[in-house]
Design a protein around this ligand. Structure first.
Ligand code: PMP
Length: 335
């Protein structure tokens, strides 16, 4: 028997996540599809990694000292990761979010001890937008640092130094393709750079949801969004600092219906309860696997990210009324 890992600090529970072979996706692709279990992080998402690297980077730069404050504009997983990391290291967390966000998200962040600042929803060009508000608040608060996850490349470093190295070791240096969707772009850029450093021949594919502009950017050189998506945490309309220089070889565009179909199959057939970005990633991994097999790589091995737990979406993705209101297919066991 292999002894399960032992950690001397809760912060060391971030990363070193298991990798699981996904049976249904592998059969659909005709080759091995592996999922990196990021829901196994303490905050139940991939963003714990970025939170830890951003905080450690701020400490190293001398921007964050004992008793300091971390400010971020986010409604999602990054806020959860930052709140947990801040608690473990003795910092305060201030999260700025639009007041239109779900009650569930506000309650979650408050439960973890983050201080919430709610602002009216506004376009990005408006100085009152929650991201700009969070930057100003950080500037005005003594001892505060702005996390700035989109353009702070400590985010992608978490994946160059962490996720990519883990994947390379877990797959014993035999990995043909990697794909995932982009929110900040930290994961796709960081894992892509980290894997390419080991083997230039690994195919790095961006999987884009509808309503995002990156598919057209990598396919045609033009940032242009088409359609829309209800997926949370992914869908980017600009080249963030984290995305700059990302080694993207190819790209897929995946609909919410395809992503939801995989969320349903992974739950029902494999007992994995995941969010929609994971379903979209798996759909992209199947597309990449098929493309590699069609190119003659019959024993291809593809990896993707299982970003967060589905338990975070009980009032949306796993709620019949919500699915119906969005015109999405209701899981048969909820109908
Ligand atoms: N999935 C979920 C659920 C997320 O919260 C995020 C983070 N925004 C992502 C995927 C994308 O990760 P990244 O920011 O590294 O592109």
């Amino acid at each position: 028997m292999v002894t399960p890992p032992v950690r001397r600090s809760a912060l060391d529970l971030i990363g070193d996540t298991p990798l699981v072979l996904l049976d249904g996706p592998s059969r659909a692709a005709g080759c091995e599809i592996w999922g990196k279990c990021e829901f196994a992080n303490p905050g139940a998402s991939v963003k714990d990694r970025a939170a830890l690297w951003i905080v450690r980077d701020a400490e190293r730069r001398g921007a964050l000292a004992p008793g300091g404050t971390i400010v971020e504009g986010t409604a999602g997983n990054t806020g959860i990761g930052l709140a947990l990391v801040a608690n473990a290291l003795g910092y305060r967390t201030v999260i700025v979010m639009p007041e239109t966000q779900s009650r569930e998200k506000m309650d979650t962040l408050r439960a973890l001890g983050a201080e919430l600042v709610l602002v009216p929803a506004a376009p990005f060009s408006n100085p009152g937008h929650f991201v700009h508000t969070s930057r100003r608040l950080a500037e005005e608060t003594p001892g505060a640092v702005w996390s700035n996850q989109f353009d702070n490349i400590a985010n992608r470093k978490a994946h160059i130094e962490g996720t990519a190295e883990e994947l390379w070791a877990q797959m014993e240096g035999r990995i043909d393709g990697f794909t995932c969707a982009a929110g900040t772009g930290g994961t796709i850029a960081g894992v892509g750079m980290g894997l390419k450093a080991h083997d230039e021949a690994v195919t790095i594919a961006l999987t884009d949801p509808h309503g995002a502009a990156l598919y057209n950017f990598y396919a045609h050189g033009e940032l242009r969004a088409e359609g829309s998506s209800v997926a949370e945490g992914i869908g980017q309309s600009r080249i963030t600092a984290n995305l700059e220089g990302a080694p993207i070889d190819t790209q897929f565009r995946i609909s919410d219906d395809e992503g939801i179909a995989w969320v349903g199959r992974l739950l029902q057939e494999e007992g994995l309860c995941l969010g929609l970005s994971s379903g979209i990633n798996v759909a992209g991994a199947v597309a990449l696997g098929r493309q590699l097999v069609a190119a003659g790589r019959k024993d291809a091995r593809v990896a993707t990210i299982l970003c967060d737990t589905g338990f975070r979406y009980l009032s949306t993705l796993f709620n019949r009324a919500w699915l119906e209101a969005k015109g999405l297919r209701v899981f048969p066991w909820l109908a």
